[in-house]
Ligand binder design. Structure first.
Ligand code: SF4
Length: 377
């Protein structure tokens, strides 16, 4: 039976250095290899011409570059959101989203194929759990977005400055609306529950943060959890420098359990105790996410309940009007009710909140909508 090839994106720089030592090669070459992987964003070994022959031979024989081919790319009608259906080596597929907000580019990456948490309004939860992603499969999504940005049109949607048919012109046509920018923000809010795949996610974050590579700052990485209590406590214990977002959606155990089945395993009081421990240990604010569902959890009474729940905590509430999915009949809260919800939090509890900009809804790339759709819909 053949030995599976090593995925180069699975390695931290230190691990790659160790691999070179095991191959009895000079570990100094790790710098050039890392540069090819994460600065030049090479898509194949052929695009790494200046590697020493012995290293190149080893790489060719024993490794693979885990670039994820695009099975489908869709762009929202406003051009600000691009969704990529990416193929894994075992023929499973995941979705990754590139979002452009004013002045920043964010990649929303997946951590699992499907998800075991089963949140009722989430398309990923509705498809069930298939498997964890490896660190390299998480990293490869960020690399995919970074490479897309690198290859994007130099002047955004203004097509035609370059000679017709030239490489620059071709890229502009392929990627209208994208400016050449560096990827600076990652949100682990795609398919899957990141804290259910803790070790792989943390290794991936270490790779993404490496200062000689993609160099994503800790303050630019946000991990969103539905409330995996042991994972939150481990994050606190390890003092992991990242932003933590906790999906609440309800302020009582009974209401929350109807939306988030994982609440039966990790009840609300245990979750809030873990959040308190996290904030006290790390000194970091937690972002609490609240999907606003019309008539379900969007009244001023609900706002007061969450205000009471978060009293005394360093908290910000992110309100997300429900994004539609086939498997859930709820409707998004209207703008006036969302504003009233915010008003209660601000005036009665001094809790800051935001209403998330709805992006990519027309291509099912919004929060809770990712589910490996094979057509552009
Ligand atoms: S909302 Fe997140 S945790 Fe819940 S089912 Fe969807 S992907 Fe999983």
């Amino acid at each position: 039976m053949s030995v599976p090839r090593l995925n180069l994106y699975d390695f931290t720089r230190e691990q790659l250095r160790g691999q070179l030592v095991r191959w009895e090669l000079n570990p100094v070459h790790v710098a050039r290899l890392w540069n090819y992987l994460y600065i030049e964003l090479a898509a194949s070994l052929d695009a790494m011409p200046e590697l020493p022959p012995k290293l190149r031979a080893r790489l060719a024989a024993e490794t693979r570059l885990g670039v994820l081919p695009t099975a489908l790319e869709t762009a929202s009608s406003d051009g600000f959101t691009h969704k990529y259906l990416l193929a894994l080596s075992d023929a499973e597929k995941i979705e990754t989203v590139l979002m452009r907000f004013t002045g920043r580019v964010t990649a929303c990456v997946s951590s699992q194929v499907g998800c075991a948490m089963g949140c009722v309004f989430c398309a990923t939860g509705q498809m069930g759990y298939t498997r964890h992603l490896t660190p390299g499969e998480i990293v490869a999504q960020a690399v995919h977005v970074a490479r897309t940005l690198k290859l994007s049109a130099p002047v955004g949607p203004t097509v035609g400055r370059a000679p017709a048919g030239s490489e620059t012109d071709r890229r502009a046509v392929l990627r209208p609306g994208l400016h050449p920018q560096r990827l600076r923000n990652i949100v682990l809010m795609g398919m899957g529950e990141p804290l259910h795949n803790y070790d792989a996610v943390m290794t991936a974050i270490d790779i993404l943060r490496d200062e000689t590579g993609l160099a994503l700052g800790a303050e630019r990485i946000t991990l969103s959890t539905v409330g995996v209590v042991p994972g939150i406590l481990r994050l606190a214990q390890e003092m992991r420098p990242l932003h933590l977002a906790v999906s609440l959606h309800a302020a009582t155990q009974a209401e929350r359990a109807t939306l988030v089945p994982a609440a039966k395993k990790w009840p609300l009081d245990e979750l809030m105790a873990a959040c308190r421990t996290y904030s006290e240990t790390t000194g970091r604010r937690i972002f609490y996410e609240w999907t606003l569902i019309e008539g379900k959890n969007d009244s001023e009474a609900h706002a007061r309940a969450v205000g009471e729940l978060l009293r005394g905590l360093d908290a910000q509430v992110n309100l997300i009007p429900l994004n539609p999915t086939d498997g859930y009949a709820g409707a998004p809260t209207r703008s006036a009710a969302a504003k009233a919800f915010q008003h209660v939090l601000a005036t009665e509890f001094k809790i800051p909140s935001t209403v998330r900009q709805r992006r990519g809804i027309d291509i099912a790339a919004g929060c809770g909508q990712l589910a490996v759709a094979e057509s552009a819909g």
